[in-house]
Design a protein around this ligand. Structure first.
Ligand SMILES: CC(C)(COP(=O)(O)OP(=O)(O)OC[C@H]1O[C@@H](n2cnc3c(N)ncnc32)[C@H](O)[C@@H]1OP(=O)(O)O)[C@@H](O)C(=O)NCCC(=O)NCCS
Length: 175
């Protein structure tokens, strides 16, 4: 386990998560903002979950954290640690039935605490499609600053999309 919050545990992925993972990645409203297409098969999920379970959060590159509520996988948070080990980018996905209840805020806040306080990161950034209001609201709730808007910057699922850029500094994080 990496950390626990009032209602959640943030832990390493395990093989038994594949079914829930495939379930929420297969929801079209979830996949529309992410790199994969729905449905997301069990075969893909097993492969991904095995790779996540074997990952190392302390080396550069993406590491996927599992978010668990009472033993059920409800979402995940990806952290892409920079080569310099001092900054990272984050991304997140939560199952629709667990959205709108503050779980993403609680889990991402817990993880930011670990990244800033224990791992001493200097900066965390995030990007989202400018139409992804839920994601932007989540970042703003957590104290991220809107740093920019890149118009028509990403060719994504058959169209040019606008990207909102967000950043949060260790000096902004409450100690
Ligand atoms: C982005 C995403 C994680 C946000 O999830 P979310 O459910 O809106 O975020 P939270 O779990 O923090 O819930 C916040 C909402 O719950 C409400 N809420 C209810 N109880 C709450 C509580 N105890 N604490 C905090 N908020 C609570 C808040 O008011 C807020 O609602 P609002 O946005 O209407 O104001 C989710 O929409 C998602 O997984 N989307 C698909 C994947 C995706 O787009 N990822 C990001 C790509 S950039």
């Amino acid at each position: 386990m990496f950390l626990s919050t009032e209602r959640l545990v943030v832990r390493r992925f395990r093989v038994g998560d594949a079914e829930a993972f495939s379930g929420y990645r297969s929801v079209p409203e979830v996949a529309q903002w992410q790199s994969w297409e729905a449905p997301y098969s069990m075969e893909e999920a097993v492969k991904a979950v095995e790779a996540f379970a074997a990952g190392d959060p302390l080396v550069p590159g993406w590491f996927q954290y599992a978010v668990d509520r009472d033993g059920v996988l409800i979402g995940d948070i990806g952290v892409n640690l920079h080569e310099n080990l001092m900054q990272a980018e984050i991304g997140y996905t939560f199952a629709p039935e667990y959205q709108g209840q503050g779980y993403a805020t609680e889990a991402v806040r817990g993880l930011l605490g670990l990244l800033f306080v224990e791992r001493k990161l200097h900066r965390v950034s995030a990007e989202c499609d400018a139409r992804n209001v839920s994601s932007a609201r989540l970042l703003e709730r957590l104290g991220f600053r809107l740093e920019g808007l890149r118009l028509s910057n990403t060719w994504f699922k058959g169209e040019w999309t606008d990207d909102q850029l967000f950043g949060l500094l260790a000096s902004d994080w409450p100690t």
